[in-house]
Structures are given as C-alpha cells and as structure tokens.
Design a protein around this ligand. Structure first.
Ligand code: FAD
Length: 332
C-alpha cells in the first residue's frame, strides 16, 4: 500500500490541534486553501497500523487569503501572490513593522498577525498597484497559463488587472474600492462591523510613507525594497508598480483588502526511509506500507524543516513518489 493522501489543511481542527507556539495562538477563523479531501484522515489510519508521525507542528499557511466569491470547495480561500508595494496593516490599522512586507516572510508575518490579537489584516493599495502586482494562486485563477494561451499570458505585462483579479475586486466580500480615504475607511469598518480603523491615524501613516517616495535616500525599507525589486527588468516590466504616492488620486481609486489566514501546506507527517517505506516507532520499516508526497512531509516526514522555501513543494512530491515507485517496482 502506498499512502499519498495529501496534508491536513482542509481539516481546521487538526491544523489548530497541531498549531505550534512559535506561530502565536492558533486562529479560530481560517479559510481553506486546499480542497476538503485534504483532511489528514489517512494520517490517523497509518498511525493506527503502527506508522510513526513526526514533525506534526510544522506547517505553512498564507497570510494573504481572500474568500473566493465563486467557491469550488467549502470555505474556499485564494491566496493573493503580492508584489512589494501594498501597505500592510493589522486589524487596528497599525502598519506592520519591518520586514513584514507583502511576499517577504510568510511565517514571520503570520506570527505578527497572530500577535496583533486579531486574525486578519489589511492591504491598502491603489488601482495602479492591483493592476501590476496582484496574482492569484490556483489553477482556475490562471486560465491563461492552464489553457496554454500565450496571447493571454503575454497580456499580463499590459496595463489593467487580469480578468480573475478584476472579478475579485468587483465581487469579493473582502474588497473595498473608494475615491477618498474617508470613504475607504468607512468601507473597511463596515466589513468588520467594528470601528477599529481610525481615518486620521491611517492617513498619518500613509502620508509618512508617501513622503518617502520623493526621498532618494529613504529609510522607509518598503520603498527601498520597491526600488530594489525594480532593478530586475522582469520585475519592472511585469510585477512591481513604479513607486507612487498611495494618496495621489491619479493612481486611484484606493483599494483595501481584508486578508485572512488561508491554510495550505503540511510540512510534517508520516516518517519514511529514503525508499518511502513507512517506519514504526522503533524506526523499523513496516512490511508492505509506503508513503509519499505531502502526507510524508514532502519526503521522509519533513524534508523542508520548519520554514521551507516558497514553491518547492511539488518537487518533493514527485521525487518521493518516484523513489517509492521505483522501490515498489523492484520488489514486484
Ligand atoms: C492552490 C494551490 C497552489 C499551490 N501552489 C504550489 C506551487 O506553486 N508550488 C509547489 O511546489 N506546491 C504548490 N502547492 C502544493 C502542492 O500542490 C501540494 O503540496 C501537492 O499537490 C501535494 O501532492 P500530493 O500528491 O501529496 O497530495 P494531493 O495533491 O493533495 O493528492 C492527494 C490525493 O489523495 C486523494 N485522497 C485523499 N484522501 C483519500 C482517501 N482517504 N482515500 C482515497 N483517496 C484519497 C485525494 O482525492 C487526492 O487526489 C499548491 C497547492 C494549492 C492547493
């Protein structure tokens, strides 16, 4: 038997049960970045037959989750893959400290959000930023790539947000679009039903950031990061908006996006040897039982360690599956 049933991200109780202290308190509210079948059921079943589970507290969840307005599975969350320019605030409208910039340190920002006492956060940005810097994770959100439509792929460098991003802006319950900051803040507070964001305080922080756009020697590290990113031609053309003032009406309208914690990867799981054979509590291979993929922590029970590197997960699934497949074939 080769167990390849995936991780635990669709089972929020299990995610909370295994939640590590190093990521702050476990969120009561989560959205699902994986389908419902990613429920961890086979972990328990493998354990019942003697398989050893290790590194259960290693996990990777995203901080830029939005509720899918057109869901495919229950509680469907989509991750925004952001460029560096959106301003990031906690639920009370306090800008997160360095280095919690969009796309910089997923697990570090997850801890910062949990430490804020709330389970969501806000991006504040402009139309100019959303057009260039928002990508959405998930095959159905990237029809140009999944349909291998080169013309549509190339249109990503043209002005304007992609169809799926525009649809979220218009239909997503987490989005506020407004011409003035006052209107934007009213919309943000209406979404949460609490008067947590103070317009004067938010304006002060955005103006402080905007002032630094004119300063070639700025110490605002997010502005420095935007300049740094644009040194790469690819980023400049397709991914990072030219630096501009958020409160400049020419770059508007203003946009606020409420961000949830969206579950995704399970970095621990069934312990195996290099061939994918499931090990028992004494480290002995269990006859006839194998595991590969996310359920085996992408290999061996946790090949990535605690933090992992973005986008390197499928490789472990494919390599681990190949190892197990070859070993099984050699036994046949
Ligand atoms: C939106 C999204 C974007 C991602 N982007 C990336 C990326 O860019 N780079 C990257 O490296 N990784 C990415 N990942 C992660 C990666 O896709 C997964 O880690 C990987 O697909 C896991 O593969 P797997 O075969 O181990 O498990 P899965 O793909 O989850 O497959 C498990 C299979 O087992 C079946 N199953 C489950 N339980 C049972 C059961 N009890 N009985 C029978 N069948 C069962 C399921 O139906 C499913 O077909 C992304 C994941 C998602 C959801």
């Amino acid at each position: 038997v080769l167990v390849t049933a995936g991780g635990i991200g669709g089972n929020h109780d299990l995610v909370r049960e295994n939640w590590p202290d190093r990521l702050g308190t476990a969120p009561r509210s989560l959205i699902s970045g994986v389908p419902e079948h990613v429920d961890g059921r086979m972990l328990g079943i493998t354990e019942q037959v003697g398989g050893r589970l290790v590194n259960r507290d290693r996990m990777w969840h995203y901080t830029e989750g939005i509720k899918n307005w057109d869901p495919i599975w229950k509680n469907h969350g989509i991750r925004i893959i952001p460029g560096p320019s959106s301003m990031w605030f906690d639920a009370r409208g306090r800008r997160f400290p360095v280095p919690n910039f969009p796309g910089f340190d997923t697990l570090g920002t997850l801890k910062a959000i949990q430490d804020s006492g709330y389970e969501y956060s806000w991006f504040v940005l402009t139309q100019k930023i959303i057009e260039k810097e928002f990508a959405l994770s998930g095959s159905e959100q990237n029809p140009d790539i999944t349909d291998k439509n080169l013309k549509l792929v190339l249109s990503r460098v043209l002005p304007g947000a992609s169809g799926p991003v525009e649809a979220f802006k218009n239909n997503g319950e987490d989005f506020v679009v407004a011409d003035t900051l006052g209107e934007l803040v009213r919309g943000m507070n209406a979404i949460t039903g609490e008067e947590l964001i103070d317009v004067t305080d938010l304006k002060r922080q955005i103006e402080a950031r905007d002032r630094e756009v004119d300063n070639p020697f700025t110490k605002d590290l997010q502005i420095s990061a935007i300049h740094n990113s644009r040194r790469s031609r690819g980023e400049r053309i397709a991914r990072t908006a030219s630096p501009h003032k958020i409160l400049d009406p020419k770059s508007g309208p203003l946009i606020a996006v409420r961000l949830h914690i969206v579950t995704r990867k399970t970095l621990g799981g069934i312990q195996t040897d290099l061939q994918g054979r499931v090990l028992d509590g004494a480290g002995k291979a269990i006859e006839g039982l194998w595991a590969a993929g996310e359920i085996a922590g992408f290999g061996g029970g946790g090949v990535h360690g605690y933090r992992s590197l973005e986008g390197t997960f499928l490789g472990g699934c494919i390599f681990g599956g190949r190892q197990a497949g070859r070993a099984l074939a050699s036994q046949a």
